[in-house]
Design a protein around this ligand. Sequence first.
Ligand code: TYD
Ligand code: MG
Length: 459
Amino acid sequence: MKAKVQFYCTECGNELPKWAGQCPACHAWNTITERPAESKRKAAGSSMSVSMRESGRTSLRLPKQMKEIEATHELRFETGMSELDRVLGGGAVKGSLVLVGGAPGIGKSTLMLQICDHLCRFSKVLYVSGEESERQIKLRAERLQIHSDGLYLLSETNLEEVVEAVNSLNPDILIIDSIQTLYNGDLSTAPGSVGQVKECTMTLMQLAKGSGVTIFVIGHVNKEGSIAGPKVLEHMVDCVLYFEGEQQMAYRILRAAKNRFGATNEIGVFEMADHGLSEVPNPSEMLLDGRPQDTPGTCVTCVMEGVRPVLAEVQALLAPTSFNVPRRTSNGFDFNRAVLLLAVLEKRGGLMVSTCDAYINVIGGLSLEEPAADLAMIMALASSFRDKPIPNDLAAIGEVGLTGELRSVSALGQRLSEVRRMGFTKCLIPARSSGTLSIPDGLQLIRVKNIREALAAIL
Ligand code: TYD
Ligand code: MG
């Protein structure tokens, strides 16, 4: 890209690519000023408003009564990956713009390329990459065993060229990899800056709404929380999906942060293998894989991820502290909640945990946000403190209050079925649970009123 002349000297008219204190031509000080970049769109917009004013006619659209508006159901199509479809709310909506965010190397390009395989069978797909050449994409596609005729590749970073390509090819689905490499030549800032990513996303959004093309946009999130990342785009797009997971681990979790066409509490679980991502339809099994047996400091709970119950293993390690203030770290479990539970355990459970450092971890890169995991955390902490294992076939479900009492949780029946399905035979639950409960065969329920009772019953 040729550097745009943006600055000029008001004395001699000398043009500069960047600001300087002194003009290198006439040596005058403080004469360099910025030339406002003439935006094509702005120019077009202003001429239109002039012509509208001249003709004395405005094309103002009047508000309509809701009942006058014809409702057509959104058209959905499946992406060929049911885990992704579920997160999208039952397939992708035609003409929508979906942002797929995630850390570099997590597998966003791989996921998009893999869905192309299915999408190509019934539609025309254009994959635009600003990060890899067409050959590189082809090589990757071959490795993923995608040999589709309906897939078009374009290695391009200029937004105008991309829009032109879309207009001439007329694809049903457009994939942009990634938004940070795309730039609009009208803006002087570098690709990846806040202005550029917003501008490019806006243009793509107009393209999606105007021509009905479904667009998937990949956006990188960096570890620092990224300023020019997907966060600044969330309000513009229809769906925001985040692809999470530890790079060292094979498991990846796809989560919807925003969805204009469905719920946001679903997760999709994938596994990265030699031949790309494969779906994990049974996450509980995966999350419990390799669970230590007869070991203190671990307990299994069941949390609801959307409408799906998922078993998770929480681990705690308590060790005598050598500091004045004991250390607490928490991974996958809200830190403040963990500190609160430690205080409840000390005051209501009678365990002197304030003399110990506490390390808390949730296995499998899962982050537990539900209070239903409280009881399992208390049990894991107490088990580590007393150095006594919790029975291998026991799961614990329940919210813990500040007085140490156990509160009932939603969807208990569903959770219990999942617990039983995964081979557990005992489950610790709050004494009072709302509604009638159908207890799965072979599952023994241990009902407790507070954490003291829970500790007495198990440890
Ligand atoms: P990629 O999709 O390029 O990540 P992103 O687009 O999010 O930056 O995935 C890159 C990682 O995935 C890389 O570390 C290698 C790994 N990978 C596999 O393990 N198996 C595969 O078949 C593929 C294609 C990638
Ligand atoms: Mg990539």
